[in-house]
Write a protein that binds this ligand. Structure first.
Ligand SMILES: OC[C@@H]1[C@H](O)[C@H](O)[C@@H](O)CN1C(=S)Nc1ccc(F)cc1
Length: 400
């Protein structure tokens, strides 16, 4: 969607995967979906270095609402859990230098059964603008997917009509795929800033593997639709929760960067272990995800449990790209796998050579020609991610 927003994939924090639809603030006040939860996360995002490396959006998901609209048909936040209202919460988040996201559903109800927007698209868009919302996720439960080709553009029109810039996240394609339909990606990328293509992520390596396989197996249909302002959304980062090992967490962060994916953390920032926080705050990998070219990467090799993924990135020169290269070991037979390959075999042919560095370990391979063999050891369910920048110094150095 060309609304000037999401020129790089959005970065922030989204409640759903970690906090779900916990509305029991009486017995579980620290973890229920409430005003306090989002203020607390906003505070930590700023205080603990997440904002500094690019995390910007604090997003509410399902279960924020009263079960009924007001007498005048307005959406209302749950009055116990959001006692100060959404405009006040947005104001607080803005006061921290962050942006505020909210959730709704093109349907009679949200997935958790709260009021949906059907019949109230214009009203609800105006409500969100009046609350100073900066990002809207529109889910697709309780509606007919055949209605979505009209309903999603219509809501986007009303968002735009408010005059307030808001990132528009759509679940449009995934519900059509579930219904056996072929999504119209030309329309989806024109009307949405990002969109979900596949299943919800759950807190497990198995869930992450199914998403990785989906994006690898369907890349010819998916990759071309990504670019500044319009992104594929493989769903939230689950790094720091309960289901992923340290190696698997590094794999998700590396592959989301290759996929030019939104980086929406869904984790309890109050208790996250330092080694997982370090993965989420890895500036070198975030720079790959946020590369200005906005070209989504692909799986270029898959054999006997070893996968190689490559994303074209800056700097570019003539018709040569630099690349981020991720080596993934899908095997679990205990011992690290040795992978050795030349840059040429990976398709990197710039005659001037490449500056190669590991983005997790403090290893710099120096300047390699495309004929040089690179040898990496990849841990089971782990990853090695390298940045291969065109070696351009000689051309542009001033002391020639
Ligand atoms: O209720 C909201 C929740 C999250 O927003 C996810 O990101 C959305 O993809 C939808 N969603 C859920 S749990 N959807 C859903 C998932 C499985 C199911 F059987 C019925 C509904």
């Amino acid at each position: 969607l060309e609304n000037g927003l999401a020129r790089t994939p959005p970065m922030g924090w989204l409640a759903w995967e970690r906090f779900r639809c916990n509305t029991d603030c009486k017995n579980d006040p620290d973890n229920c979906i409430s005003d306090r939860l989002f203020r607390t996360m906003a505070d930590i995002v700023v205080a603990e270095g997440y904002a500094e490396v690019g995390y910007e959006y604090i997003n509410i998901d399902d279960c924020w609402l009263e079960k009924d609209r007001s007498v005048s048909g307005q959406l209302m936040p749950d009055r116990q859990r959001f006692p100060y209202g959404m405009k006040n919460l947005a104001n607080y988040i803005h006061s921290k230098g962050l942006k505020f996201g909210i959730y709704q559903d093109f349907g009679n109800y949200t997935c958790a059964g709260y009021p949906g927007i059907l019949g109230y698209s214009e009203t609800d868009a105006l409500t969100f603008a009046s609350w100073d919302v900066d990002y809207v996720k529109l889910d697709g439960c309780y509606s007919h997917p055949s209605e979505m080709d009209r309903g999603y553009p219509e809501f986007g029109f009303y968002l735009n009509q408010t005059g307030r810039p808001m990132i528009y996240s759509c679940s449009w394609p995934v519900y059509q795929i579930y219904a056996g339909m072929q999504p119209n990606y030309t329309a989806i990328r024109d009307y949405c800033n990002l969109w979900r293509n596949f299943d919800d992520i759950q807190d497990s390596w198995n869930s992450l593997e199914t998403i990785i396989d989906y994006y690898g197996n369907n890349q010819d249909a998916i990759v071309p639709n990504a670019g500044p302002g319009h992104w594929n959304d493989p769903d939230m980062l689950i790094i720091g929760n309960f289901g992923l090992s340290y190696e698997q967490s590094k794999t998700q962060m590396a592959l989301w960067a290759i996929l030019a994916a939104p980086l929406l953390m869904s984790v309890d920032l109050r208790t996250i272990r330092p080694e997982y926080k370090a993965i989420l705050q890895n500036r070198k990998i975030i720079a790959v995800d946020q590369d200005p070219l906005g070209i989504q990467g692909r799986r270029i090799y898959k054999h006997k449990g070893i996968e190689i993924w490559a994303r074209p990135i800056t700097p570019i020169y003539q018709n040569y790209y630099s690349y981020a290269i991720a080596f993934v070991n899908r095997r679990t037979d205990g011992t690290p796998s040795d992978v050795s390959v030349t840059l040429k075999e990976l398709g990197l042919q710039y005659p001037g050579g490449y500056n190669v560095e590991d983005l997790y370990e403090d290893v710099n391979y120096g300047i390699l020609t495309s004929q040089t063999k690179i040898k990496v050891k990849v841990n089971p369910s782990g990853v090695v991610i390298l940045r291969c920048d065109l070696h351009l110094e000689d051309i542009f150095s001033t002391n020639q």
